[in-house]
Ligand binder design. Structure first.
Ligand code: NAP
Length: 499
């Protein structure tokens, strides 16, 4: 089999991988391929098709600033509209012939001799590239951690990100295990059709109003006709979200207090029963876990056919869910809204970095990213790791946000990667981060994170069981933008590569 050679190989055709591809094209770069393991683009928006799925960030802000997509049907777009627009973007931007579907990457090995990454897919196909950009997302491997006995259940069960649209929930006894950002969106929809819905809650969340609405025909026309109005809308949302940063700080401050007040008012307005309210009110600082934005979740919990259970889940049995009080909750369907494995970052891909070796390279010769990240995943600005030249990670460690659009973070990353690629081309070298830069960066970052609400007294997908925050950025998007605005070549060793 011939080995194909590209300048850049991108792993993943979600918004991060597609955005990177688009920016490469805009920079006049044509030698790149996007490898996608599934048979459709879209990443999280392809996977999460559960009823009610929509974005928690306003559509005008949850889209690339460098792409024209002025027409959205409502303030917060629903999943089908986002997925459609992603597919349209691929066609409009001519990305189709750069994308290879069903091409799951299993291994990427840096060859010092060739000055290239050698990337292998599940079919055994090999590609070589000067740079390897991973866009594997933080939220795509379903987690069932701590749930015993799933295999014993006689009914139907599935994860929220693998929704079984063939299962009719009408007239069924349904369980939702979990009450996070995914669950609060489908619970109102399921409650409408199920005979009975039991929501198993381990930890309550802060919920604030969503204030969604369809755009009027006049508004849609205005955004189509006048790019300045769209930009104005986008900027308005962006700065509003940047202002939320106080809710991500541990120290008491007016923003966090205001969010707590709004969440309390929302609860009191929507839930009349004081006992139910008590179960739903968190005891940790706001922002510690993901802040939820939902108008229909609390009302769903007040329905006759919905029960909120806060007893610990002991195990799953053939008939249903056994809780610690000994009660068996009989079910026909169990929906696991139990989140994702968020701490490993690289999924099942073996990434092997530098070591002196001869061609062809073999996995196991060099340092593996898995080993480098044994204690915790870390990357300079979330993107580069010492010992892995020209490996660029998008939405990598410590780049998630609690307060603003991830698209804004990705755009900073695209710019940085483009700078790195052009500096490398100019110097005929691959960029390998100096270890002391990563060390210095990380100790500063972890220090800053200690002052954030993510470090508060709660469990969350942002951190390891021993409390190290691996997923979230410590500050505002503007701070990240400033940190990533310039690429300092002194941060990198230049590994000579051939022309
Ligand atoms: P999640 O936030 O990790 O929530 C998982 C839920 O399952 C939590 O309620 C968790 O309880 C519960 N759980 C997990 N294991 C359990 C166990 N063994 N026993 C009982 N309960 C258990 O997952 P998610 O709701 O899928 O959301 C993940 C992230 O995706 C969000 O934070 C957000 O960033 C993103 N998201 C965004 C949107 C949007 O934009 N609209 C929508 C959905 C998701 P604990 O709280 O106690 O851990």
């Amino acid at each position: 089999m011939d080995t194909e050679v590209y300048d850049v190989v991108i792993l993943g055709a979600g918004l991060a991988g597609l955005g990177m591809g688009m920016r490469l094209k805009m920079a006049g770069e044509d030698s790149f391929v996007i490898l996608e393991k599934e048979d459709r683009v879209g990443g999280t928006w392809r996977d999460n098709s559960y009823p009610g799925a929509s974005c928690d960030v306003q559509s005008h802000l949850y889209w690339f600033s460098f792409d024209e997509q002025p027409d959205w049907s409502r303030v917060f777009a629903m999943q089908p509209e986002i997925q459609t627009n992603i597919e349209r973007l691929v066609a409009r931007r001519g990305l189709n012939h750069h994308i290879r579907l069903g091409a799951e990457v299993t291994e990427a090995v840096w060859s010092e001799d060739a000055g290239q990454w050698v990337i292998t897919t599940v079919t055994g196909e090999q590609l070589r590239a000067r740079a390897f950009v991973t866009a594997w997302g933080q939220l795509n491997r379903p987690s069932f951690k701590g749930i015993e006995g799933r295999e014993h259940f006689d009914g139907v069960s599935f994860h929220s990100a693998r929704w079984r649209h063939d299962v009719d929930l009408a007239g069924k006894r349904v369980a939702s295990i979990g009450n996070g950002a995914s669950a609060v969106q489908f619970i109102p929809e399921v409650a409408e059709v199920a005979e009975h819905l039991t929501v198993f809650q381990r930890t309550p969340n802060y919920v604030v109003p969503r204030q969604d609405r369809p755009y009027t025909e006049e508004e849609r026309r205005m955004f189509l006709d006048d790019p300045a109005r769209l930009q104005e809308s986008r900027d308005g949302y962006y700065w509003e979200h940047e202002g939320w940063i106080g809710a991500m700080k541990l120290e008491s401050n007016p923003v966090a207090e205001e969010f707590t007040r709004v969440a309390r008012e929302h609860l009191e307005t929507q839930v009349p029963d004081p006992q139910l309210r008590e179960k739903l009110w968190p005891s940790y600082p706001i922002g510690c876990k993901r802040l939820l934005i939902a108008d229909t979740f609390y009302p769903a919990l007040t329905r006759e056919n919905v029960e909120l259970v806060t007893d610990h889940i002991e195990r799953i049995e053939a008939q249903g869910v056994r809780t610690a009080d000994g009660r068996l909750h009989e079910m026909d369907v169990i929906i696991y809204a139990t989140g994702f494995e968020t701490l490993s970052f690289m999924g099942h891909v073996d990434i092997v970095g530098r070591s002196p070796r001869s061609w062809p390279p073999r996995a196991g010769d060099g340092v593996s990213l898995r080993d480098a990240w044994r204690e915790a995943p870390e990357a300079y600005l979330g993107m580069t790791v010492s010992g892995f030249p020209n490996l660029f990670i998008l939405y990598g460690p410590n780049t998630n946000l609690g307060h603003n659009s991830i698209i804004a973070m990705l755009e900073c990353q695209f710019d940085y990667v483009l700078k790195a690629l052009s500096a490398g081309r100019e110097k005929t070298a691959a960029l390998d981060l100096r270890p002391e830069v990563l060390e210095r960066y990380n100790s500063g970052l972890q220090e800053e994170l200690r002052a954030t609400s993510f470090a508060g007294s709660c469990n969350s997908w942002y951190k390891t069981p021993d409390g190290r925050i691996t997923n979230n950025w410590s500050g505002s998007v503007e701070e990240y933008r400033q940190r990533t605005a310039a690429l300092d070549l002194a941060d990198y060793d230049l590994v000579p590569v051939g022309d």
